[in-house]
Each structure stands twice: as structure tokens, then as C-alpha cells.
Ligand binder design. Structure first.
Ligand code: SF4
Length: 643
């Protein structure tokens, strides 16, 4: 495929774009605490500008401190921000990319803990996710906010941005005014469709007045809110025509609000390009260009979308985190070297709202958000490195070390790479993990990692390589709980079931309702088996990212999986278990097999055998401590660049 449509230039108003690749605005928490641009911001944007993107739309940027949605959000509510923002535009422009900034106010979709006081909104109706009752804005305050958007746009222009995007999507303040779900006002800004549209239209007019004629403007909106009584396609098409008439040059068409977050941060349960039909509908309704979005991670699909006129530009949100070099790789015919976003939401959305992280990174690309601290560059001293275990941490460590110039040998005892993570690709909708593993293997091959598959790495084999560095990435194995009856032949592991090594029969009891047990339940229930999940905690799948978990829970309820929480297994019987529930002993029996999904324990037997016999010995991933793949990958990369 030539990707001629993706690489054709496009004019957006007066703005000339070199191609159709767009990075949509995504909050990162990378700014300084006062909202000014940080070095981390600059390095993150620069990495993407180098990657060949036609247009980078800088993340949610607050027009008012009360409009912040995240603690380390960029600000543009004062002239003091202009100099820092100019650094951003200059950093991006040197690579030929165009840069826009998204003007944002969160309205009710924020927290007192972020803004220091009660959030504001069109009406005192709380967001179903944030659950803070907002204060209703007075009419005078609404007019003041219209001015603030205009003033912010003027600053953006002074800072050298090529375009301003007005954020009317995803349930933030402008969307709240537009939405019958959030706006219950009966004054000039509420009630009828025309009144609900007054706030965005007045903002567009104010912005236009302050940036002047010819300065490109984008408007982002959710063409379907997917909450009861929210904006639907028909209202959105009418809205699109109104904002076009008000002077907008390009429409950025998204979907969802916080209350329907599963569409904003789509999981693998939604297909790539899932909201493209909305962009296509808007494109038919207007004459200006349209940006399509929605879990795009594959250039063939994006090319088809542009070729067939469904969208003029394609926004690759999380995919631009996974691989900032995507456009360059497509141009160079290196499509199979694109690191695929697997829609796990762990390193991006998960870290964004994780108080211990507060950054945006990526499971498959741990360099994302850490561009200042971590870099693949030629090693000062080239070393012989032996990595044991081709799970996610081992693969990442191996290819990154090789990319830094080290000579790397990777031992894997199985015929197929991936370890536990490969098994994780088997449940429904988890195939993207397989795509990521395939990518890691290609990177290993590209950088000359010597793969020794189906080779159990003994101490002798490792020492025979005469390595300067040994990395044990040997992962983990099922941690069988010390229960009476655990040696029952009906006891099997989740891995054995998922890999098809055992037929679990028509009725299956799963002990352990973490991610593995819950996804195994989904896998088995989809096959029409009767499934019961036992979990000690009050809820299952609590180790999953919220949005991804919601899709899974919906499926488990749909299939009628019996979920027994706050249940502690005491003994495995002939065909079930004795357990404690509500302080009472209960028997759950009549099962063909009992699946153990109670966690894993580290495998690190080589540690003792190699200690003191190799110059450097490192243990990463589950071999160090059982955790998630994202932790193993981060450790693998961090170690590889330091060797
Ligand atoms: Fe995609 Fe997961 Fe990376 Fe987020 S963390 S960008 S969902 S691969």
C-alpha cells in the first residue's frame, strides 16, 4: 500500500499541512505545577515532531485556573504563559510539523482537590464520574469565560501556534453547555438547542475577534455523548453546521463524555476506528475538513478512511504515545516496526490519574513521558549481555540493549516468546498483546539479538557465553495456595486452560478473581461453560484499569458468570471447594475442573547459581517481584539504557 492519501498535503483554512497524521490533544500532567511548560513537555513534543506528524495539537490547556482537570495541566490564562508556550512552538516547528493548542475548561469534570474550590458548570448537576456537585455559573461569569477563551486564543497566536482548537468535546465545560444531559438552565444559555449552542458560538466569535481573520480554528466535539439524554448525532450534525458558519476551519470529531469514558479511551473490545462513522456523518454535513479519531493504530485502516472520504485527517491518540515515529515509519515502508498501542489504558489514562505517577507514558513504549530521562543512544562501552526469558521485560531489555550497541543473547525455554503475557493475549479482545509481542520480536531481529528459543538457560550455558551482564527475566509460575486437596487431578492452572492444554469441561470453578481469573472466566463463559469465580475481596478484577474492567464486567454479567466475592477457600474437595462466606462454611461443588488463578511466584533459581560468577547480574520483571507487564517492560528499558 502506498499510503498516498495519508501523505497528501491538506489546507485547513490558511494552514498548510504536509500530511494527514494528527496527534490529538491528550492531557499529560507533564507541565510544571504552575501550569507553565516544562522540559518534559518540550522533550515529549519534540520526540513526536521528529516523528513526521503533520499536526500536533497540544493537550488540554486551561483558560482559567478553575478549569483545570488535572493537577499538572498546562495553563494559558495569563500572559505569563506565552514565553513557555513559544518554546513549545519553536521546538516543534524546527521539524516541519505544525502545532496547535487546545483551549480547555473542565467545568464539572474536575475535583476540588485539583482546583482548590467547588467546580463550576452550567447547572449544579454533578458528573457521574467526578461526583462533585458544581456551582452554577452566573450569566456574568459565563460572559467572562467567553472573554477568557478569546484572550487565551490571542496568547496562543502570540506564542506562535499555527492553530487554536476549542475543546467542545468529552463532557468538559463547553460540551456541558451544549448537552441536555448537563445543561438544565432556563436562561439565554439553556433550554432550546439554539440557547445551548450560544456558549460555544459566542466563544468562537470572541476567539475570531481576538486572533483576527484567517487564523485557523478547530472545534472538537463529541458527535455522540452516549449518556441518556445527551447529545446525539442529529443534534451534533446541526451543531457542526453552526460552528462551521461561525468561522471554524476544521472539525475534530470525537465521542463520549466522562460518563461514557469507555468510548473516549476505547478498550480492545472496540475496533480500531470505532468512531469513524461519526466523522463520516459530520463530513457529509459540512464543507470544512474533518478529523477522525477512535483507536486508530494501523496505517492501512487510516489510509482507507481518508481514501474513501470518511475523514480528511486521522488523529492517532494513544498510538502516538506508543510510537512517536509512526508517520516516518509508514513513509519508510517500516509498517511492521510500528509499536502498536494495545488499548490497555495502563500507562496513559491509568498513570494520568494515578497519584503515584501523574504522567502519561505507555506500556509498549516506556520512553514516552520519560524522554528527558531515558534515551536509546550508543553505549559508551559495548558489552556482551545475556538475557534469560523472552517475556515482555526480557524482550524489551534485549532489543533496547541491542539498539544501544550491545551484543545480546536471549534465551527462552519455550518455542514461542512472550511468557505469561502471550497467554494473556488469548482471552477475548486481548489479541493486541500478540501484536505487541510480534513487534518486540521484530525489534530484536532488527537489532541483531541472538534468539536462542527452546533453550533452557542453565548456569553453564550462560557462563559459556562469557557475558559481562546477565539479566534474569525469568518471570513467574502459578503460585498454588497451600490448601488441602490442591493435588486433586481436577485442579488445573489458568494458563493450562487458556493455552488449550486441558479441557476444563462444562462447569468450571475459578479460584482467584484478579485479572487472570476474571479474563479466564470471560474466555470460558463465552464458550458456553458454566463458570463460578471465587474471590476473597469485595470485588473482582480490581487490578485492572477501570475502563477496561467495565467492559469485562459487562461481559461476565451478560454470560451469567457466578461471582462469589468475600469468599475464602478452605479446602478443595472432590469436585469443588469448602469455603467461608459471611462467617459460615459453604460448599461449592459439582464442577468438572477447578482453575487456580491466585497469582504467581517469581522464578529466579539461576540467581544463586550465578551470583559472584558474572560481573553484573540483574533481575527484572516478575522474576524480581510478580507485577504487571508494564512494570517489567519499564524495568527492562530502564536497565538496557544504563548498561
Ligand atoms: Fe496504548 Fe496501553 Fe500505551 Fe496507553 S499504555 S498508549 S493504551 S499501549
Amino acid at each position: 500500500m502506498s499510503f498516498s492519501a495519508l501523505f497528501s498535503p491538506l489546507k485547513v483554512g490558511t494552514l498548510e499541512l504536509q500530511n494527514r497524521f494528527v496527534i490529538p490533544p491528550m492531557g499529560t500532567n507533564h507541565a510544571n505545577s504552575d501550569g507553565t511548560v516544562s522540559d518534559r513537555n518540550i522533550a515529549y513534543w519534540q520526540a513526536r515532531a521528529r516523528g513526521g506528524w503533520g499536526l500536533i495539537i497540544v493537550e488540554v490547556t486551561a483558560v482559567d485556573p478553575l478549569g483545570k482537570a488535572i493537577p499538572y495541566q498546562l495553563g494559558i490564562w495569563d500572559d505569563k504563559f506565552i514565553d513557555g508556550l513559544r518554546r513549545a512552538t519553536e521546538a516543534v516547528h524546527q521539524y516541519g510539523a505544525k502545532i496547535a493548542v487546545q483551549l480547555h475548561h473542565a467545568g464539572r469534570q474536575t475535583y476540588r482537590s485539583v482546583i482548590g474550590e467547588q467546580p463550576v458548570a452550567p447547572s449544579p448537576v454533578s458528573c457521574p464520574v467526578c461526583r462533585e456537585i458544581p456551582r452554577e455559573l452566573t450569566v456574568a461569569e459565563v460572559y467572562a469565560l467567553i472573554e477568557k477563551f478569546g484572550d487565551a486564543a490571542r496568547r496562543a497566536r502570540e506564542a506562535g501556534f499555527d492553530m487554536v482548537e476549542i475543546h467542545g468535546a468529552h463532557g468538559y465545560l463547553i460540551a456541558q453547555f451544549m448537552s441536555p444531559h448537563a445543561n438544565k438552565r432556563v436562561d439565554e444559555f439553556g433550554g432550546s438547542f439554539a440557547n445551548r449552542m450560544k456558549f460555544p458560538l459566542e466563544i468562537i466569535r470572541n476567539v475570531r475577534r481576538k486572533v483576527g481573520r484567517g487564523f485557523p480554528l478547530s472545534f472538537r466535539f463529541s458527535a455522540e455523548e452516549r449518556v441518556p439524554g445527551g447529545m446525539d448525532t442529529e443534534e451534533s450534525l446541526a451543531a457542526a453546521r453552526l460552528v462551521e458558519a461561525a468561522g471554524i476551519d476544521v472539525l475534530d470529531v470525537s465521542v463520549g463524555v466522562y460518563g461514557s469514558m469507555e468510548y473516549i479511551f476505547a478498550t480492545p473490545a472496540l475496533p480500531p476506528g470505532h468512531s469513524l462513522p461519526l466523522a463520516a456523518a459530520v463530513k457529509k454535513a459540512v464543507k470544512i475538513p474533518v478529523i477522525g479519531v477512535g483507536r486508530f493504530n494501523e496505517p492501512h485502516l487510516a489510509e482507507n478512511a481518508v481514501q474513501t472520504g470518511k475523514a480528511d485527517l486521522i488523529a492517532w491518540g494513544r498510538q502516538s504515545l506508543a510510537d512517536p515515529e509512526l508517520p516516518n515509519k509508514v513513509a519508510a515502508g517500516q509498517v511492521d516496526e510500528i509499536a502498536p498501542c494495545i488499548a490497555c489504558n495502563q500507562g496513559c489514562v491509568g498513570y494520568l490519574f494515578d497519584a503515584d505517577k501523574l504522567l502519561v507514558s505507555c506500556l509498549v513504549n516506556p520512553f514516552c513521558g520519560r524522554e528527558v530521562a531515558m534515551e536509546i543512544k550508543p553505549a559508551q562501552k559495548k558489552k556482551k549481555v545475556v538475557v534469560v526469558g523472552a517475556g515482555p521485560g526480557g524482550l524489551e531489555c534485549a532489543w533496547v540493549a541491542a539498539a544501544c550497541g550491545h551484543e545480546v543473547v536471549l534465551f527462552e525455554k519455550e518455542a514461542v516468546a512472550g511468557g505469561q503475557w502471550r497467554v494473556g493475549a488469548i482471552p477475548p479482545a486481548k489479541q493486541p498483546i500478540a501484536a505487541a509481542l510480534a513487534y518486540y520480536l521484530r525489534m530484536c531481529n532488527k537489532y541483531g539479538v541472538k534468539l536462542r528459543m527452546e533453550t533452557e538457560a542453565t548456569a553453564e550455558l550462560i557462563l559459556a557465553e562469557n557475558p559481562a551482564v546477565v539479566v534474569l527475566a525469568t518471570g513467574g509460575e502459578t503460585d498454588f495456595p497451600p490448601l488441602q486437596g490442591i493435588d486433586n487431578p481436577r485442579v488445573v492452572t489458568a494458563s493450562e486452560v487458556l493455552e488449550g492444554k486441558v479441557d476444563p469441561g462444562p462447569a468450571v470453578l475459578i479460584i482467584g478473581g484478579g485479572l487472570v481469573g476474571s479474563e479466564t472466566a470471560d474466555f470460558l463463559a463465552e464458550q458456553g461453560r458454566e463458570v463460578t469465580v471465587l474471590e476473597m475481596l469485595p470485588e473482582i478484577a480490581t487490578d485492572m484499569q477501570d475502563v477496561v474492567r467495565q467492559f469485562l464486567m459487562d461481559r461476565l454479567y451478560h454470560f451469567g458468570v457466578d461471582i462469589e466475592t468475600e469468599t475464602t477457600v478452605r479446602e478443595i474437595t472432590a469436585d469443588g471447594v469448602k469455603a467461608i462466606q459471611d462467617g459460615q462454611e459453604v460448599r461449592l461443588e459439582g464442577y468438572d475442573n477447578i482453575v487456580i488463578a491466585t497469582g504467581i511466584q517469581s522464578v529466579r533459581g539461576l540467581e544463586e547459581q550465578l551470583k559472584g560468577k558474572v560481573p553484573e547480574l540483574h533481575i527484572i520483571g516478575d522474576a524480581a517481584e510478580p507485577r504487571k507487564a508494564i512494570d517489567a517492560i519499564e524495568e527492562g528499558a530502564a536497565l538496557a539504557v544504563k548498561l
